[in-house]
Design a protein around this ligand. Structure first.
Ligand code: ADP
Ligand code: MG
Length: 254
């Protein structure tokens, strides 16, 4: 069997006295879409940050395509891979944020072309060619020269998705990609994510869009107080939740 695209193994993370992740285990198979649900403060963003190596867990470890980083047990570091390997893994993981985080002084084209040039993966002309293709793919062929301030929130988020794709990542993490958008702009962004999902990119998506989760997710994970309370295919978790806390949460967001 191929290794998990992303494996989260017994991860504990605290901020001061607060336990934010409390023994999280998660496996995401290549090409699968995982949707993470959970109340505010349950640790969803922290989990994505641990997967992307922006945060180090005190205990446990993350693997990307079977490659481990910094194995810890009871606070003791058993094995740590070099910064070079961490950077290598991070460049294979795309990250799309709630607030787009585009460079305000760069056009849509240059926002998308910047990373492949900065990381030495492509020459400037190659990166601009790729950026143009990716902007076409997200439906923004006519906006290549626009600056972020000239774009709607939905268009900015689609540029951000094209930017994440420019490094040809194996996995893309989305942290509430539509929650900063006006309701009428949510659909255009979800349509682009759905296109990625059906094209076989491995996606991990934190979202409260339950209908979307039902349509695209292979597995849905419900996180509460830093623990995975329940996980399974959308038809099970969304339609027949086993746990009271999952039912309670779904009754509030549906
Ligand atoms: P979610 O994304 O599910 O809303 P987060 O992962 O952002 O939850 O946060 C989980 C908890 O960890 C919250 O109580 C939050 O206040 C706390 N937290 C998150 N990041 C930090 C940080 N850098 N320093 C201290 N506390 C943090
Ligand atoms: Mg969050």
């Amino acid at each position: 069997m191929r290794p998990a695209a992303v494996g989260v193994h017994g991860v504990h993370k605290r901020y001061g006295a607060q336990r934010v992740l409390d023994g999280v285990e998660l496996a995401v198979r290549p090409g699968e879409v995982t949707v993470i649900l959970g109340p505010s403060g349950s640790g969803k963003s922290t989990l994505l940050r641990v997967i992307n190596h922006l945060e180090k867990p005190e205990v446990g470890y993350v693997s990307v395509n079977g490659e481990l980083i910094g194995v810890r047990r009871h606070g003791e570091l058993l094995k740590e891979l070099s910064e070079r390997v961490i950077l290598g893994q991070r460049s294979r993981i795309g990250f799309v944020f709630q607030n787009f985080n585009l460079f305000p002084h760069l056009t849509a084209l240059d926002n998308v072309a910047a990373a492949p040039v900065a990381t030495g993966k492509l020459s400037k002309p190659e990166a601009r060619e790729l950026a143009r293709e990716l902007l076409v793919r997200v439906g923004l062929a006519d906006k290549v020269g626009a600056y972020p301030r000239q774009l709607s929130g939905g268009q900015q988020q689609r540029v951000a998705i094209a930017r994440a794709l420019a490094l040809r990542p194996g996995v893309i993490l989305f942290d509430e990609p539509t929650s900063a958008l006006d309701p009428e702009l949510v659909g255009e962004v979800l349509a682009v994510i759905k296109d990625l999902a059906t094209s076989g990119t491995t996606l991990i998506i934190v979202t409260h869009e339950i209908g979307f989760a039902r349509e695209v997710a292979d597995q849905v994970v419900f996180l509460d107080e830093g623990r995975i309370v329940e996980q399974g295919p959308p038809t099970e978790l969304l339609d027949h939740p086993k746990h009271e806390r999952t039912r309670d949460f779904l009754s509030k967001v549906l």
